[in-house]
Design a protein around this ligand. Structure first.
Ligand SMILES: Cc1cc2nc3c(=O)[nH]c(=O)nc-3n(C[C@H](O)[C@H](O)[C@H](O)COP(=O)(O)O)c2cc1C
Length: 357
């Protein structure tokens, strides 16, 4: 791997965090879709608030709450501190954690510690390795797979599908040919489950079907309504090249807002699961714009096993309020459980949502 390729990867990972913290990267014309739903109020909860149990399972392991810290970073010097804090928080709440793309760790060994640190500070929770679809499409060697999994003692491998991000990225890799074929080889070969996730454009039912058939055990929808990664890369592009002349003005606006809202992905994949009883063990993660415990609760009622967040976790970490923020979100969730008469997460999952008038 050339030094310049490796330096670009390091610059990119660093600038992603900076841009997500300081720039406007929200969708202009799209929300998550959660705002269209509400729970039916239960005037007779018949439960005690203080006994509400937030624990649940994910991939056969008991976890403290139906929430996960989404994949974000690693692969440059400051990333070690961020990952250490994320790991400490995951351990504190007994919730799963994903690290950012580990492509840099495959390119050279210089910042592998920035990934490995999470296992040190989160010894007992599920930790997920992460690699992008273009790397899978190229084919990973056994040695590369071992580096990804062993650095973290990973409980699974997250493969991120980011076609729109790569399309906008100044140095993007848009060769996704043979991805599904290569993915099937990996899911058959590795000893841990594979999670397929988008990064903000969502996963449709038909894409989910192909992923499940390729051996994927968990789908993280990462739908539209949170960060537009097209916008993040557009900012990097215009900083490098000035005005973006790659697309016409009306197309640019539509492409920056491209994607399936998170709640829509959940509805469609839930329907798919009902039509295919053989997929009942496929677990769904709701992410893309999650910003409260109410969003977590609605995610569960729409069929998700848990919800996950990146942007608001990063912002709270930056402000030194990450534990407080998660505590507040879990209290939001408890409030919804109380008002719907759900003493457990399983009971909440069986509540139906009504479409707001
Ligand atoms: C700074 C930052 C870096 C990210 N890097 C990765 C990555 O390397 N791999 C990945 O799968 N997702 C990455 N993501 C995407 C998130 O995991 C998530 O799918 C996406 O941001 C949507 O969730 P959100 O709306 O809660 O942010 C990153 C997110 C942030 C904020």
């Amino acid at each position: 791997m050339s030094d310049s390729t490796s330096n670009i990867t390091i610059e990119r990972k660093h600038s992603h965090v900076e841009i997500c913290l300081h720039d406007d990267i929200a969708f202009n014309s799209k929300n998550t879709g959660f705002e269209k739903f509400e729970f039916e109020h239960n005037a007779l909860p018949e439960i005690c608030f203080s006994n509400i149990d937030l624990s649940t399972t994910f991939l056969d392991k008991r976890i403290g709450a139906p929430f996960m810290i989404s994949s974000m970073t690693g692969g440059y010097s400051e990333a070690a501190t961020l990952n250490r804090h994320l790991a400490e928080t995951a351990e504190h709440f007994s919730i799963p954690l994903g690290v950012g793309s580990m492509r840099q760790a495959l390119e050279n060994s210089s910042y592998r510690d920035s990934f490995a640190i999470v296992r040190k500070y989160a010894p007992s929770v599920q930790i997920f390795a992460n690699i992008g679809a273009p790397e899978i499409a190229k084919g990973l060697t056994d040695l590369e797979i071992n580096i990804l999994l062993e650095l973290l003692e990973a409980d699974g491998l997250i493969v991120h599908l980011n076609a729109a991000q790569e399309l906008f990225q100044p140095e993007g890799n848009t060769d996704f040919k043979h991805f599904l074929q290569q993915l099937s080889i990996i899911t058959a070969k590795i000893p841990v489950p594979v999670i397929a996730k988008e990064v903000g454009c969502g996963i449709s039912a038909s894409a989910a079907l192909k992923l499940i058939e390729a051996g994927v055990k968990v789908i993280d929808v990462a739908g539209a309504g949170g960060i537009s990664w097209q916008k993040v890369e557009e900012i990097r592009y215009t900083r490098q090249f000035g005005h973006d002349t790659r697309f016409s003005t009306p197309a640019l606006e539509e492409l920056l807002n491209w994607g399936i809202p998170t709640a829509q992905c959940l509805l469609d994949i839930n329907t798919l699961k009902k039509e295919h009883p053989e997929f009942r063990n496929t677990e769904i993660i709701a992410s893309g714009g999650i910003q409260s415990g109410i969003d977590i609760a609605k995610s569960l009622a729409l069929g998700a096993q848990l919800a996950a967040s990146a942007k608001y976790v990063l912002k709270a970490l930056h402000q030194g309020t990450l534990e407080e923020t998660i505590k507040t979100w879990l209290n939001d969730l408890r409030a919804v459980m109380f008002l719907t008469g759900s003493a457990s997460i399983e009971q909440l999952r069986n509540k139906s949502l009504i479409i707001k008038q």
